[in-house]
Design a protein around this ligand. Structure first.
Ligand SMILES: *Cc1c(COP(=O)(O)O)cnc(C)c1O
Length: 371
């Protein structure tokens, strides 16, 4: 019987830092500081510092981070937001839920992120915001994207839900645009023990706006409700867990990198197999190790037989999701994104994954594809 290898092993991660996590959770429970407790403020400060940004507001999840960041820009009906279709549905939902229209740009076929050479053509008089997505932890070509955004006077909002700790030209994701949205869904590189998210920016006035919207449109008093808001606060138990984990994020990212480099070495030169590559200036956070092969479906079956889990991110680009309604597109609109959706597969990659398992998975992949 082979070892069962999951896509992520949150239990193994917990066991590495059990004492810290248990103490953090007990601290919140014992003080009953469940809402807006001291750990929330402390986490916001620590996470902003980690991202090399001035300010941060915790929210309930990454989708809300996108929704309320867009609302803070004043995005609404009649507006357009330029983004990619090679992403999780939340990126598109956040735009539509504000009444705006997503305009999808194809991705670069090396980094699988927003192709800056196609960006300018997608911008119109109605464009309000540009959302590049640091997919799989790979930072977008932010120099080129920022230049085009700047030429058009548009803010860039990073969807950094997969980008924690990635860097571009030495700068951290979270400080590469005007603002950035993060998810702390348990399986993300920095994951809570439930749902959580944040918006990070060098613009404290912008963060204050998001904070206000995410807490019932509040003014300085609890019952001053000055703008239409909602309840999308980061809860204190999650903040306490995130603080305990944030201390390890740099090391965990290095451990991901070590495994990604090992895969790259062991999988090199297999005909028909395309390995993930870092673009110029990019240092990936390796949220996912995603390979590309026309034999994807067979490879998934083969690995499953040997107890190795895989995942497909994503089997359908979001412009082809019925949920996008009339804002969606048709087959052929975004050939690179559509081609990827037929051929990509993510191999297990997490800090606790034994190197011997990387070796075993790599030889299974090689044996299957060379056959
Ligand atoms: C996970 C994810 C989100 C949404 O975050 P949640 O915390 O699950 O709401 C948004 N965008 C991308 C690219 C993601 O991977």
């Amino acid at each position: 019987m082979n070892n069962q290898i999951p896509m992520v092993d949150l239990r193994a991660q917990y066991l590495r830092i059990k004492n810290d996590i248990d103490a953090a959770m007990a601290r919140v429970v014992e003080t009953t500081a469940f809402i807006k407790g001291p750990d929330c403020t402390a986490f916001e400060q620590e996470f902003a510092a980690f991202c090399e940004a001035r300010d941060c507001v915790g929210v309930a999840n990454g989708t809300d981070a996108l929704i309320y960041a867009l609302r803070a820009y004043g995005v609404g009906p009649g507006d357009e937001v330029v983004t990619v279709a090679n992403t999780f549905i939340a990126t598109g939902e956040a735009i539509l839920l504000n009444g705006a229209i997503p305009v999808f740009v194809d991705v670069d076929d090396v980094t699988y992120t927003l192709d800056p050479t196609k960006l300018a053509a997608a911008i119109t008089k109605k464009t309000k915001v540009i959302i590049p997505v640091h997919l799989y932890g790979h930072p977008c070509a932010m120099d080129a994207i920022n230049k085009i955004a700047c030429d058009h006077g548009l803010p860039v909002l990073e969807d950094s839900a997969q980008g924690h700790a990635a860097t571009f030209n030495g700068k951290k994701a979270g400080s590469l645009g005007h603002a950035a949205c993060f998810s702390f869904y348990p399986g993300k590189n920095l994951g809570a023990y439930g749902d959580a998210g944040a918006v990070v920016s060098n613009d404290p006035a912008f963060i204050a706006k998001v904070r206000q919207i995410a807490n019932h449109g509040g003014g300085s008093n609890k019952y001053d409700n000055v703008v239409l808001g909602t309840n999308s606060r980061l809860d204190t138990l999650q903040a306490a867990v995130l603080r305990a984990k944030l201390k390890h994020l740099t090391q965990w990212t290095e451990e991901r990198r070590e495994r990604a480099l090992l895969y790259a070495r062991l999988l090199d030169g297999i005909p028909g197999l395309v390995l993930p590559k870092e673009g110029p200036g990019a240092r990936s956070a390796w949220h996912l190790y995603t390979v590309r092969t026309p034999k994807r479906d067979g490879l998934i079956e083969e690995l499953k037989k040997h107890g190795v889990a895989t995942a497909v991110h994503y089997p359908r680009p979001i412009h082809l999701q019925p949920a996008m309604g009339p804002a969606g597109g048709k087959v052929g609109d975004l050939p690179v994104s559509e081609g990827l959706s037929r051929e990509v597969v993510c191999l297990p990659l997490y800090p606790e994954l034994p190197l011997t398992e990387v070796e075993r998975i790599a030889s299974l992949v090689r044996a299957f594809l060379a056959a």
